[in-house]
Design a protein around this ligand. Structure first.
Ligand code: FAD
Ligand code: NA7
Length: 561
């Protein structure tokens, strides 16, 4: 049918009949690697993989095939990347390094509170980087308290200055924006500070901040537009509440803060605000840290309660009223129970919404070129080579359906995609076992399965869970609680006790988890952990001496001061 179609279009095609050539089987293997398709026919047009018979006919119907068949498409660029964040920049830079003509479009639509920022996307401007620096500011406060036990004599009255911190952090963020722009220039990537929107196949409209429109074409496109914070859709939310997009450059100290939501973003922000000495309440709709190990999530919450964070469980806000203007002002929040009719009210200086993020896939013209989007989540489904339903359009980062929303994941996916598209490489992004850390004042690091998920997949009787509470050495003299930090591994009994879940709640959990994640990629087993010599005295060494199984029910309490 495809041969007939091409013949009817007058197209001369190069046909390789796999069953009639000696190396047909190897060609099929490679095709399967490159395209994720073993079946034939497997159609390429001008180096773009179209797919099998159905997809070729669909492309014909939509007009895409005719576009692809144009002998010399004379596109402006080999690749246009929409979105200059973690995924987009890594992809663009790699493609340019491979000698391609590349353009990046990046424009930040200001938040409802009017906050905007420079090049680099979420991570650099309103995510990982400023968050981590504020986390560090909070940890320094804790260190100051601890230091007295270690003999430092400083005035009892210690104050934190929000403005000084924010100014210093924003200065660093500004320097990162600048270095990204310089890197693009050095690699000859065309950077356009405009909003990109598909208008037809292979063509986008770029609209700059002043409304000036320019059109560009490219052979291939990568969508890396990320996500933006969601709002509640209740009275007063967009007028009076802020989100993480606003918090890191807030020009005044937020004061008593209500954080709505219980994801990592919510708990991390609540954690550092409390660590800076502010009164913090977290309003939780259902559970903490959905998707994470729930035993660990509860332990994270207990560690936060120990530093004064208040949790309001099973409530959702229904209205936010402004009682007083100011920096900060005073807000009244009315909330209702998710379990009954109870209503509560609370007064706060700031309300921070951290109730999830919406993918930026709605207003970029995807429907005009037929890129499929999951209507419910707004995410773009892709195959294992990050190709969308339209063959020349790819997606990386937070917009992709079903993948971890993390900077290193977006960076890796973007870089490998460019190498496959333009460098003749085949490596695909391995999304399995991406380690992650919740940077609450006491950090929680994990890699692999949550315990409940492991039970669902492997069944309880096929698992052995080893765990212990531990007391970091630096906490002993400081007289901090001896039974807060916790280590747990989940092993698959019938796979040589392979470690399929790694969890740690303790200081520097991020640094600890990274190394164990590499070991898990290499097939870490309980025996290998036992054979590993620990580094003394560290927290990480606890994983080399785990003896108590959860099923034994033995006491794991540590002796305190
Ligand atoms: P982004 O980095 O969001 O970049 C998308 C870019 O595209 C943005 O600049 C956007 O303005 C632009 N854009 C959107 N639409 C268009 C358009 N039509 N035209 C032009 N430009 C457009 N991850 C970690 O790994 N570790 C952490 O500690 C961590 N902490 C986080 C803390 C917070 C508060 C948040 C919100 C996120 C955090 N993340 C963390 C997640 C991480 O920031 C994201 O996973 C990562 O930034 C995703 O990269 P991306 O390339 O998909 O999108
Ligand atoms: P998530 O992980 O989608 O979490 C959203 C959180 O907000 C979750 O706790 C939700 O509770 C809660 N939520 C959602 N809607 C509401 C309403 N209407 N009212 C109250 N609470 C609500 O989003 P994040 O953006 O924070 O994190 C995503 C990634 O960004 C993360 O992986 C980081 O790497 C960065 P629920 O459990 O659904 O009841």
């Amino acid at each position: 049918m495809v041969k007939e179609l091409f013949s009817s279009l007058g197209v001369d095609c190069n046909i390789l009949e796999l069953d009639q050539v000696d190396d047909g089987a190897s060609v099929q293997e490679v095709l399967s690697e490159i395209t994720n398709q073993r079946t034939v026919p497997n159609i390429f047009v001008n180096k773009v993989h179209v797919g099998g018979c159905d997809r070729t006919f669909q492309a014909h119907q939509s007009g895409l095939l005719q576009k692809l068949l144009q002998e010399d498409p004379a596109y402006d660029y080999d690749l246009i990347v929409i979105g200059g964040g973690s995924g987009g920049l890594s992809c663009a830079q790699e493609a340019a390094a491979l000698g391609r003509r590349v353009m990046v479009l990046d424009l930040v639509v200001p938040s409802p509170q009017g906050t905007s920022w420079g090049l680099g996307g979420t991570c650099v401007n309103v995510g990982c980087i400023p968050k981590q620096l504020m986390h560090q500011a909070a940890l320094l406060g804790q260190a100051l308290t601890d230091s007295r036990r270690f003999g430092w004599e400083c005035a009892q009255q210690v104050k934190h200055n929000w403005e000084t911190m924010t100014e210093a952090i924003q200065k660093h963020v500004g320097s990162l924006n600048w270095s990204y722009r310089r890197a693009l220039r050095e690699k000859a990537v065309a950077y356009v500070n405009s909003y990109g929107e598909f208008v037809e196949h292979h063509k986008i409209k770029a609209t700059d901040g002043k409304g000036q429109e320019t059109y560009y074409t490219a052979a291939k496109f990568v969508i890396a537009t990320g996500e933006r914070p969601r709002y509640l859709g209740i009275q007063g939310d967009k007028e009076y509440c802020i989100t993480s997009d606003d918090l890191f450059s807030l020009p005044y100290c937020p004061g008593a803060t209500l954080v709505v939501g219980a994801s990592s973003v919510a708990l991390e922000c609540a954690g550092f605000l409390a660590g800076l000495g502010l009164e913090v309440t977290v309003m939780v709709r259902s559970q903490l840290l959905r998707g994470f190990d729930q035993e660990m999530a509860e332990k994270v919450a207990s560690s936060m309660q120990q530093i004064g964070v208040r949790f309001l469980r099973k409530f959702v806000p229904v209205e936010v009223q402004q009682l007083e203007r100011g920096s900060p002002g005073k807000l009244k929040v009315v909330a209702k129970s998710t379990e009954g009719t109870e209503m509560i009210e609370g007064l706060y200086n700031t309300v921070l919404l951290a109730i999830g993020r919406d993918s930026c896939t709605k207003k970029i013209g995807l429907e005009k070129i037929g890129v499929k989007v999951n209507e419910k989540t707004g995410k773009i489904p892709v195959n294992d080579v990050e190709q969308s339903s339209v063959p020349y359009v790819y997606a990386v980062g937070d917009v992709v359906e079903g993948k971890p929303e993390l900077t290193p994941v977006a960076v890796q996916a973007g870089r490998l995609l460019a190498r496959r598209l333009f460098g003749g490489r085949l490596e695909k992004c391995d999304y399995i076992n991406a380690p992650t850390v919740v940077f609450t004042p006491l950090e929680y690091g994990c890699c692999g399965y949550a315990e409940e998920k492991a039970v669902e997949v492997y069944r309880k009787e096929n698992l052995e869970v080893y765990h212990t509470l531990f007391w970091p050495l630096e906490w002993t003299v400081a007289c901090r609680d001896s039974n807060t930090c916790y280590a747990k591994i989940i092993c698959s009994k019938f796979d040589n006790d392979r470690v399929i879940g790694f969890h740690v709640l303790g200081p520097k959990a991020g640094e600890i988890t990274q190394g164990f994640a590499a070991a898990m990629k290499c097939g870490l087993t309980k025996q290998l952990l036992d054979d590993t010599i620990g580094i003394h005295p560290t927290c990480a060494q606890v994983f080399t001496t785990l003896e108590i199984t959860k099923s034994s029910g033995l006491d794991i309490m540590q002796k305190g001061c």
